[in-house]
Design a protein around this ligand. Structure first.
Ligand code: ADP
Length: 428
């Protein structure tokens, strides 16, 4: 840049020196030194003003040429400006090409896509969104919740938990299932993705129904077998001594099977129950006080148990499944912490949520397992889980109950140091 301007100044100086020679010759021939000097100065100023005028006109787009034909300093400046403009135009063309490509690709996608501003106003949408959500170009600038009023969608939009999609049935007057997810992009903008997942969703439902039915069918015969095995282990004198150990093991295993079946049934019950029509104000402080009494009674002499409960803090939900969440997390903390360890249970409010938290100083969980803990039968340490009576379904139940309460589970853990499981209940 500096080189270019010095180029411009040197061009100007060359012009001044050349024209000065002409001035000298004319003044010498005419002997009118003063008049010719005045005329020269006027000519120079006039030339500068004319160049500035042409430059300004060109900048306003009044001229068609690439840069105004000018010599001296102004010629150099207009050359630089036009070069810069040219490179900006090239960059803008490339940008336009890329965004056109993106637009064309998103238009062709079978997934409905709507781009939203930070105030949920529609910016643009693709063809699938146009037909699924019945959007028109005149809807651009309108808030999405004024056009898509499905209660689940409005609730999802208001929450700030967009990591997981939601599934909506009976959407926009159609008896099909749609998955809906919001993705943040470009700092404050969001992309709304809607996809017809009816067939997949139905397959999932068939699988869930099968598991629920199979568990239900197995429950009664297993109860009978369990009952007889218990009876036989209670009568060691009536059973040959060699049978005592096998019977004990059979009884333990059938009890384990029974726990798994009970947990599978609980899970399918939670999955098929929307719960929302049974929502009431749950006095969590009272619920936790009774859990505190039982836990301290059973484990108070083995662990340092402390309960820090904020009184009067309530949530909207169903008491029984919420209780199973609290018990599951506390019992996990006990099962995965060595005797003598610390276990702290907290219930408190933050600015936007109510938080239930269980912190332990137990064995901890390596980070690669954290995202999979709520999968059914996912265990980090299978042997320990079985040995402590775990079914591998506890955290799956926790996750499903929390989902139904629009709450989220967060796990922080360090191997050998302990874990903290937090359930965050959003307000509203
Ligand atoms: P399980 O019945 O096996 O405990 P869960 O679903 O409750 O099943 O937990 C899944 C796995 O997560 C457990 O097998 C265990 O490896 C791990 N886990 C859960 N809670 C804790 C905890 N507090 N500390 C360490 N590991 C844990």
């Amino acid at each position: 840049m500096f080189n270019r301007i010095s180029n411009g100044v040197s061009r100007e100086l060359t012009w001044i020196i050349a024209s000065f020679w002409v001035f000298l010759v004319v003044a010498w021939v005419s002997k009118l030194w003063v008049e010719v000097l005045v005329a020269y100065v006027f000519f120079y100023i006039g030339r500068q003003l004319w160049s500035a005028y042409k430059f300004e006109k060109w900048m306003h787009g009044g001229s068609r040429s690439a840069f105004p034909p000018s010599s001296g300093y102004w010629g150099e400046v207009s050359y630089l400006v036009s070069k810069k403009q040219h490179s900006l135009e090239k960059r803008a063309d490339l940008q336009n090409y890329k965004s056109e490509q993106f637009r064309a690709a998103s238009m062709a996608l079978p997934i409905a896509i709507v781009s939203l501003t930070e105030h949920n106003q529609i910016e643009w949408f693709n063809e699938s969104a146009q037909s699924l959500l019945v959007l028109k170009q005149s809807d651009v600038g309108h808030k999405i919740e004024s056009l898509v009023r499905h209660p689940d969608f409005v609730r999802y939009l208001k929450s700030s938990a967009y990591e997981q999609p939601i599934f909506m049935t009976e959407f926009m007057g159609m008896s099909r299932t749609y998955s809906c997810q919001l993705l943040s992009y470009h700092k404050t903008h969001r992309l709304l993705l809607l996809e017809d997942v009816h067939e997949l969703y139905n397959l999932g439902k068939i699988r869930k129904d099968f598991v629920a039915n199979a568990s239900h069918e197995l429950r009664t015969p297993l109860t009978v077998i369990n009952g007889y095995l218990e009876m036989m282990t209670d009568m060691p004198d009536k059973v040959p001594a060699t049978w005592n150990n096998p019977l004990k093991q059979m009884f333990q295993q059938s009890q384990r099977m029974q726990s798994i079946i009970e947990d599978l049934l609980t899970l399918s019950k939670i999955e098929s129950d929307t719960l929302v029509n049974r929502f009431k104000e749950v006095k969590v402080d009272r619920l936790l006080s009774s859990i505190e009494i039982d836990t301290k009674h059973l484990y108070g002499d083995q662990y340092n148990l402390s309960f820090e409960i904020q009184s009067g803090l309530v949530v909207s939900g169903v008491e029984e499944p919420l209780k199973s969440v609290f018990i599951n997390l506390i019992s996990n903390a006990i099962r995965y912490t060595e005797i003598g360890g610390d276990i702290t249970v907290r219930w408190y409010s933050t600015e936007q949520s109510a938080v239930f938290e269980v912190e332990d100083t137990g064995i901890g969980i390596a980070s690669e397992h954290l995202s999979r803990l709520t999968e059914r039968f996912y265990r980090v340490d299978t042997a320990r889980s079985r040995q402590t009576g775990g079914t591998g379904l506890g955290l799956a139940i926790v996750k499903h109950v929390l989902d139904k309460h629009h709450a989220h589970l967060r796990v922080m853990s360090q191997v050998g140091k302990g874990s903290t499981f937090s359930c965050r209940f959003e307000e509203g």
